[in-house]
Design a protein around this ligand. Structure first.
Ligand code: NAD
Length: 356
């Protein structure tokens, strides 16, 4: 299959590229590098054993999206490209709607024009807001508590409406819970710019000495140890689900919406202890007040993904911590600040020459 991977330079997209390539798919990555760096392609080449072609393209610019479809026809598109920080989305809602929704509209229009009818979409457990009960099933009520979540809901609706309007269009809506960890090689991983918004990269940066201590928001939640409980899943398990979803769309010729999680809730303190054990480092923490908008526990019922895709999470919390730590300790500064800026202005050809 020839697959267009939008946002494939980012955290989850780059891991998905390793799995898609290992299943023999031909890839073209399109990314604006708003939250990633072209350095990832050197690393991907080392993992995959051949270069991954990529183009700088911003989905907000319709002409750039159309140009992606100029070459040989794609069999499927995987759409990771979005801004994803909840806090930032409250400060810059228009940027989030512009980037996530306008970008998705341009992509769907270009797919329609090119006759490409298979889409795998990165949705999120955030579409459940504060769920009434756990584990959360796909038929739980949808609601959003912040602008980022609202963009995910609108994008799901847009894609659903297109599936209704075009009987040949098929989409897989994948609702991720909390992806963590890294490729087992330690060559690629999560590299948040600035202060991490997510727990695992924060813990890793404390363990590696980049930050003093972890602040745990709330120690009085109605959970076993009083800290919040989430469903963490290994990014390589998540990556595999994208390849399974492409297979499903082509094999079954039906659309689907599934949760991707382990089905097991893990508390903040459990994750901290597992990470300390895996890394052999201390992770100092302090319990502070709850954050507005947080909830006690959210974890998935992932049984529909198992039934439809034959997918289930295989890697446990030890592997998640071990691989996150390998990535962090091999790359204490992530992909590297100066490299990131320098490479962001270079083209795929220049980078290929530089890495030759
Ligand atoms: N990481 C999580 O915890 C999580 C959880 C649920 C859902 N998701 C969703 O999964 C997807 C991937 O997340 P991630 O963690 O890999 O994020 P990421 O920021 O690492 O990757 C997103 C990629 O998309 C690119 N991008 C953003 N806007 C673009 C645009 N307009 N045009 C072209 N490229 C653009 C970024 O440069 C980046 O490389 C996102 O849609 C996110 O909302 C992530």
């Amino acid at each position: 299959m020839r697959v267009l991977v939008c946002g494939g330079a980012g955290y989850i997209g780059s891991h998905a590229c390793t799995v898609l390539a290992s299943r023999g798919h031909d890839l073209l990555v399109a990314d604006s590098f708003v939250n990633s760096s072209p350095c990832v392609f050197d690393r991907l080449q080392r993992i995959i054993g051949r270069p991954v072609p990529f183009r700088r393209a911003d989905l907000r610019v319709r002409a750039q999206v159309e140009a992606l479809f100029d070459g040989p026809r794609f069999d499927a598109v995987v759409h990771f490209a979005a801004l994803k920080a909840v806090g930032e989305s409250c400060e810059r809602p228009l940027d989030y709607f512009d980037n996530n929704i306008a970008g998705t509209i341009h992509l769907l229009q270009a797919m329609q024009d090119a006759g490409v009818k298979r889409l795998v979409f990165s949705s999120s457990a955030t579409v459940y807001g504060d769920p009434a009960c756990v584990p959360v099933r796909e038929d739980a009520a949808l609601c959003s508590t912040n602008p980022y979540g609202r963009t995910k809901l609108v994008m799901e609706q847009l894609i659903g409406d297109l599936c209704e309007a075009d009987p040949a269009f098929r989409a897989a809506n994948l609702r991720y819970f909390n992806p963590v960890g890294a490729h087992p090689s330690g060559l690629i991983g999560e590299d948040p710019g600035g202060v991490p918004n997510n727990l695992m990269p924060y813990i890793s940066q404390v363990a590696v000495g980049r930050r003093d201590r972890l602040q745990v928001f709330g120690g009085d939640w109605p959970t076993a140890d009083g800290t919040g409980v989430r469903d963490y899943l290994h990014v390589m398990d998540l990556a595999r689900a994208h390849a399974d979803a492409i297979d499903y769309l082509l094999r079954e010729d039906r659309s689907l919406t599934v949760n991707l999680g382990t089905g097991r809730g893990v508390s903040v303190l459990e994750l901290v202890h597992a990470f300390a054990k895996a890394s052999g480092r201390e992770v100092p923490c302090e319990i502070v007040a709850r954050r507005p908008g947080d909830v006690a526990e959210v974890y998935a019922d992932p049984s529909l993904a198992q039934r439809l895709l034959g997918w289930r999470a295989e890697l446990g919390i030890e592997a998640m911590c071990r691989d996150a730590w390998r990535w962090q300790s091999m790359n204490p500064e992530g992909y590297g600040g100066s490299e990131r800026l320098e490479d962001a202005s270079r083209t795929s050809d220049e980078l290929a020459l530089a890495s030759a």
